[in-house]
Design a binder for this molecule. Structure first.
Ligand SMILES: *Cc1c(COP(=O)(O)O)cnc(C)c1O
Length: 397
């Protein structure tokens, strides 16, 4: 079948929850993707911050094949070596103490919410605890994760949400204080907002939150699903500020393509929240997913991913700043490391479509921001290649 025929079939069979780009992607190699007609694309999306190691990493692929030949799945009622090793490695890179593996980011957020509510419940036996989340946040599409997502447009048709969620403004400590009361059990935020517009949490804000949470025994939950796993040049973005969360979520690049996430917590929260029978998952942390995590974390070290993000991220910033100075339509650049956005004065859909025609894959964040979340192995040459194509697109509009 031709590519166009596949697209027509897709539109007959798949639920239309995405306005997809008119392309069928077939294979990948490093930071390049190929569609089924053989057209080559430079990929600055990496499956939305997932394929950190690039496509077709041989060691990663071999590790998965080897695990498939051993065992793909057991059940969380039994121990398995990949899960134990993955949890140990994840503790080491995060500095957290206890791990629960999930299948996705949204599920990690669900688990974090449950852990926070249980922690508060065990303290006072009440069931009316509140969580403070942020405007413009994104935490996923399941009902709990949606309830803490600060975008009314995503929530409206699915009301009622889970109750007792209040929204404050990122980097506005007073707006948090205005929502805190004796029922507050957690403050939840992305360390760097992704979908909401590439807004980093400021150091001062995080430190004030940490102090507030310590004083009132409120749990600080950081969602590191998009900004974690090295994307900002730190393994987890909060490590730059030394403001450690009580609970943290991670996913996206964690399995580099194998669907897996996790929520992690300190020993104190681990000992005083979810107990046997309180939470579970059939697939979460199965041997295949955890073999992927083990290999990913091993390769991060071996391939000096954090160093590359710091170096190439700074270069990307420089190049994007130059574009922002050159083109009137660009308002500003915003972001950290290899998680960047060009904030434009008008919708960017046309520019992204033009880039695709020219063999460059980009994605938006909101309607007006071009988002750059490439594989973390990209080089300066790839940044140059990307900016050359993007410059053409911006000039031709
Ligand atoms: C993508 C994302 C999620 C949701 O993850 P899924 O795996 O799509 O469920 C949650 N939080 C943040 C910050 C994200 O970027």
């Amino acid at each position: 079948m031709l590519m166009q025929e596949y697209i027509e079939e897709a539109e007959k069979a798949l639920l239309h929850t995405y306005n997809r780009y008119q392309v069928v992607l077939e294979k990948g190699e490093g930071v390049y993707l190929y569609d089924m007609e053989g057209k080559k694309y430079l990929d600055f999306v990496s499956g939305i911050a997932v394929f950190a190691l690039g496509y077709g990493n041989r060691e990663y692929n071999e590790a998965l094949k080897a695990q498939i030949d051993k065992i793909i799945h057991t059940s969380n009622y039994y121990y398995n070596v990949p899960a134990i090793e993955a949890a140990k490695l994840l503790k080491k890179v995060s500095g957290m103490d206890r791990v629960f593996f999930t299948n996705s980011g949204a599920e990690a957020v669900e688990g974090a919410i449950k852990a926070a509510r249980k922690y508060a419940y065990l303290k006072d036996g009440k069931t009316d605890h509140e969580i403070i989340a942020m405007n413009h946040s994104f935490h996923g599409r399941t009902m709990g994760a949606l309830s803490v997502t600060g975008n009314p447009h995503y929530r409206e048709a699915f009301e009622p949400m889970i109750g007792n969620i209040r929204f404050a403004q990122l980097n506005d400590f007073d707006s948090v204080m205005a929502n805190v009361n004796e029922k507050t059990c957690a403050v939840l935020l992305e360390t760097v907002q992704g979908e909401g517009g590439l807004y980093p949490a400021e150091e001062d804000f995080l430190q004030k939150l940490r102090k507030l949470c310590d004083e009132r025994d409120i749990l600080l939950i950081l969602d590191e699903i998009q900004c974690g796993m090295g994307r900002t040049g730190y393994f987890y973005a909060w490590q730059k500020f030394g403001v450690k969360p009580d609970i943290m979520t991670t996913a996206k690049a964690l399995g580099c393509g194998v669907p897996v996430g996790a929520f992690l917590m300190t020993e104190k929260v681990g000992q005083n929240s979810l107990k046997a029978g309180d939470h579970g998952t059939t697939y979460g942390g199965n041997p295949l997913a955890c073999a992927a995590i083990c290999k990913v974390l091993e390769l991060y070290e071996k391939e000096h991913i954090l160093e590359n993000v710091r170096e190439t991220g700074a270069y990307l910033e420089e190049k994007l700043d130059a574009l922002a100075a050159e083109f009137d339509i660009i308002e500003t650049r915003r972001g950290v490391g290899l998680m960047q956005g060009l904030v434009c004065k008008e919708p960017v859909g046309g520019i992204i479509n033009k880039a695709m025609e020219k063999g460059l894959i980009l994605i938006n964040a909101g309607s007006n921001i071009i988002r750059f979340v490439p594989a973390l192995i990209i080089s300066k040459e790839h940044v140059d290649e990307m900016t050359d194509i993007l410059r053409e697109c911006l000039s031709e509009r």
